[in-house]
Design a protein around this ligand. Structure first.
Ligand code: CTP
Length: 420
């Protein structure tokens, strides 16, 4: 997580809009992150939000007067000035009502006025019950806002108020902050209107109900790819295999366990997608048979029976084959964790794999000696099918992800070409 300024050196004017949902209290954590990064934050709650967290709390935390109304401090014209002067407007939580008011251009409270007068990036982090999020009215409002350039993050999936659970949870404040950082870093919206699929984590092949063959992939790089793509405006499906990380803001999560689960989820999401990035470590072999009961020591007279393995499908190669069969311009990206050996260097193996898998880009990283797995930093070379090679120096997984998206964005057909 980046703890420095959101971007650049100058403190930014941030308007933090707070909608009237139970997640309003989480906006306090977002406020803290922006303030600690040195930015000037004005909190603009809706009237409904003040039922959940009072003006005194926002005022004390931000060090500024707080109002939901256009009639306070009129001489200073805050209903116009706040939006005009903002470098960023971030709304968390954005309720169904607030999304509807923003989409219709209403100006019935101070926050709605700010949204109409802002000419800076606007990020909305929705939170509501699943039924409300999935309602056709909300879907249409979100589509309208996105078509106007507003970054509407997808809500996280999980526990909601009461016993409910499903899509509708406010993304973690850290994830919202990171999305804002990415947007302000000037890379916003170059993936707007694109659909991307990212696989992340490591698959597990069960031997019995308690044991599996797995691998060390933490999913950090794949999650960073999903978060940065969402922050750059893409609609993201994240196929996540056994990852213990917070849901990244703005991605639709599909959880899988085995290589076969992942294969089906990736193919379902990849049909019609602009980009598929296979960052997951997918098992190459699985046990021929899975025992329905826990294998006991005594089953084979105290000696474990040899485990017979069979090959799994190569998902990346299948995605490329389907793309080619459909004559689509989909960009397909593979990952390769390599070590050099007597047969060749890390890059020799990478180039051979790129040719074998026939993807457009292969992100190669050297593993071993504490590199690559379970770390926060990474260092990669992005090989292109066109013979190009881009070295991305050691940096955070978010920085590596952005460098990968820069290469992908350059390969995408222009939006105009897609509509011809
Ligand atoms: N991959 C896949 N399906 C598999 C295995 C790998 O889609 N069954 C994808 C990975 O997600 C990655 C790329 O293929 O994007 C390369 O994975 P890697 O394990 O390095 O390649 P392998 O084909 O397994 O090559 P090898 O084991 O020979 O190095």
């Amino acid at each position: 997580m980046t703890s420095g300024p959101v971007t650049g050196t100058r403190p930014l004017r941030v308007v933090l809009g707070v909608g009237g949902g139970i997640a309003a209290y989480k906006a306090a954590e977002l406020l803290r992150r922006f303030s600690e990064a040195g930015h000037d934050v004005t909190v603009v709650p809706t009237r409904a939000a003040l039922h959940f967290v009072g003006a005194a709390t926002w005022s004390a935390l931000s060090g500024k007067p707080v109002s939901a109304e256009v009639w306070d401090d009129v001489a200073d014209v805050p209903h116009v000035r706040l939006g005009q002067q903002a470098d960023l407007v971030v709304v968390a939580p954005a309720t169904a009502d607030l999304l509807a008011r923003a989409a219709s251009g209403l100006a019935d409270d101070l926050l709605a006025n700010v949204l109409l007068t802002a000419r800076c990036p606007v990020v909305m982090a929705p939170a509501m019950h699943t039924e409300m999020w999935q309602h056709a009215a909300t879907r249409a409002n979100v589509a309208t806002l996105r078509s106007r350039g507003v970054v509407v993050l997808d809500p996280a999936v999980g526990r909601l108020t009461g016993a409910d659970s499903g899509p509708g949870r406010l993304p973690e404040p850290a994830a919202i902050f990171e999305a804002c950082r990415e947007i302000l870093a000037g890379q916003s919206a170059d993936l707007l209107g694109r659909t991307v699929v990212v696989s992340a984590g490591g698959t597990r092949e069960h031997l019995d109900p308690v044991r599996f063959l797995g691998n060390r992939s933490s999913g950090k790089q794949g999650y960073a790819l999903a978060a940065t793509a969402a922050a750059r405006g893409a609609s993201v499906v994240l196929v996540s295999a056994n990852v213990a990380l917070p849901d990244p803001a703005g991605a639709t999560l599909v959880r899988v366990t085995s290589a076969e689960d992942l294969r089906q989820a990736v193919h379902a999401a990849a049909a019609g997608a602009d980009v598929v990035v296979m960052a997951a470590a997918v098992a190459d072999f699985r046990p021929v048979s899975v025992q329905g009961h826990k294998i006991k020591k005594d089953d084979a007279g105290g000696v474990p029976a040899p485990i017979a393995l069979e090959r799994t499908a190569d998902v990346l190669a299948e995605v490329v084959a389907r793309r080619d069969a459909a004559h689509s311009a989909q960009v397909v990206v593979g990952f390769a964790a390599e070590t050099g050996d007597a047969g060749g260097s890390v890059l020799d193996h990478g180039r051979a794999k790129l040719a074998r898998k026939r993807c457009d880009l292969l992100v190669v990283n050297e593993v071993g000696d504490g590199r690559g797995f379970e770390t926060d930093d990474n260092e990669v070379v992005v090989l292109g099918a066109d013979g190009t090679s881009t070295t991305v120096p050691r940096g955070s997984k978010a920085a590596i992800a952005d460098a990968v998206w820069d290469r992908v964005a350059a390969l995408l057909p222009s939006t105009a070409a897609r509509h011809r």
